[in-house]
Design a protein around this ligand. Structure first.
Ligand SMILES: *Cc1c(COP(=O)(O)O)cnc(C)c1O
Length: 395
């Protein structure tokens, strides 16, 4: 049997390669950070989700090491059997405090948080109204749920209203959106979504994976940006981006929602507990967030500096309210050439093109970190300027 299947797989793989879509992984031999070692060469990293520069932070490493020696390596259990330490509850409390919500529940990843949030809460009498650009894990989570599905064009409030009207006869309605959309860096218009939710008696779920720690004056996410702290029924997020970059996800929000997820959410019930070291580092990370907003302020200053100088250099940058800066090139081939030349200049970035972004919308996505120094940012802008002139993108 495998012979014919093998031929089938080989031709699938060849088709991916022929389409130029094969994802080759570059091997990094240093910790994650602003400067990383790739193939023995030191480059400046502008494509990690390491927004606050915590991925290799000494305080988190210390907290993780201490927990590993005091609490061991792993839990060998799911939470409800014998996999809950006091640390897990402390981290859940810290998540809820950060977002101004009532309670929180941890998962192995935000992919699991989104995979396990819809099915226990809604059924065929209900409606999920989802932004067209929502993350793959939301799409998969919605598929696992029997609720009726409605989709609206990205951040398009006319379309959202039309979909809310189409769903008018459903029992419960849940609007679902990413906080920040990862290809453009735009923030979901949560104020308008909130008004429509009130008008049509709907609830809201926001996935704050790219916005938590980043968006809002103190980095509390889009609910801070729009003055809606504690007003949104459900927030999901990851510990794998700004919050230390290791692994882990969470759902936070109304008490009864979190309590029911603890009883019924399948990725929570049937998957292993987060290891104590990850949990302890998460607790330490939220203590740092409570103590100071220094890193968020640094990130915001870095992003503003980068965007201002790239625009001054003549680049076409998508308007951003996050730490994601899309440098628009439109042409797919050009985006790949530019990324390769930037790599030669010691700047690690990725070019994205169709089908990851719409046709003729190719771009280089630059992700800014609080760990970037002014010199790093200047080197990046200088390299973009040099390569941009070589390729005739800017004058
Ligand atoms: C990264 C991301 C996820 C997945 O988070 P993991 O914890 O890595 O599984 C989910 N949703 C959004 C919007 C993301 O950007």
């Amino acid at each position: 049997m495998y012979n014919t299947f093998q031929k089938h797989l080989s031709s699938e793989l060849a088709a991916i390669e022929d389409a130029g879509l094969y994802k080759h992984e570059r091997l990094i031999s240093s910790p994650q950070g602003a400067e990383i070692s790739v193939n023995g060469k030191t480059v400046l990293n502008f494509c990690a989700n390491n927004y606050l520069g915590l991925a290799n932070h000494p305080a988190l490493i210390e907290a993780a090491s201490k927990a590993m020696s005091e609490r061991g390596y792993g839990m060998s259990s799911v939470r409800f059997i014998c996999g809950t330490q006091d640390l897990h509850r402390q981290l859940e409390t810290a998540v809820a405090r950060f977002f101004g919500t009532e309670d929180a529940i941890l998962y192995a990843a935000c992919f699991d948080a989104n995979g396990g949030v819809f099915e226990p809460l809604l059924n065929e009498e209900d409606a999920i109204i989802s932004d067209a650009l929502n993350h793959a894990s939301i799409i998969d989570g919605v598929r696992l749920c029997k609720a009726q599905r409605f989709r609206y064009a990205n951040a398009d409030m006319h379309d959202l209203e039309a979909q809310l009207q189409a769903a008018a006869n459903c029992r419960f309605k849940l609007i679902v959106t990413d906080g920040v959309f990862s290809m453009d860096g735009n923030v979901a218009p949560l104020d308008k979504i909130y008004s429509l939710a009130n008008k049509y008696d709907a609830m809201i779920l926001v996935d704050e994976s790219h916005s938590a720690g980043v968006v809002g004056e103190t980095g509390r996410g889009v609910t801070e940006q729009y003055n809606l702290r504690g007003q949104i029924e459900i927030i999901t997020g990851t510990l794998g981006k700004a919050f230390g970059g290791a692994v882990g996800g969470f759902t936070t929000g109304r008490q009864e929602i979190i309590s029911l997820l603890r009883q019924r959410s399948r990725p929570y019930l049937f998957s292993n507990s987060l290891p104590p070291m990850v949990v302890a580092a998460g607790i330490r990370m939220f203590e740092m967030m409570d103590a100071t907003n220094e890193l968020q302020a640094q990130l915001h200053a870095n992003t503003a500096f980068f965007v201002k100088n790239m625009i001054a250099a003549g680049f076409d940058i998508k308007p951003t309210q996050s730490a994601i800066c899309a440098v628009m090139l439109y042409d797919a081939k050009l985006s790949q050439q530019m990324a390769a030349l930037l790599q030669e200049e010691g700047i690690y970035v990725t070019g994205f093109y169709y089908p990851v972004v719409p046709q003729n919308q190719a771009r280089i996505r630059v992700q800014i970190s609080a760990a970037h120094t002014r010199t790093h940012l200047e080197q990046c802008i200088a390299a973009f300027t040099k390569v941009g002139r070589t390729l005739g993108i800017i004058k």
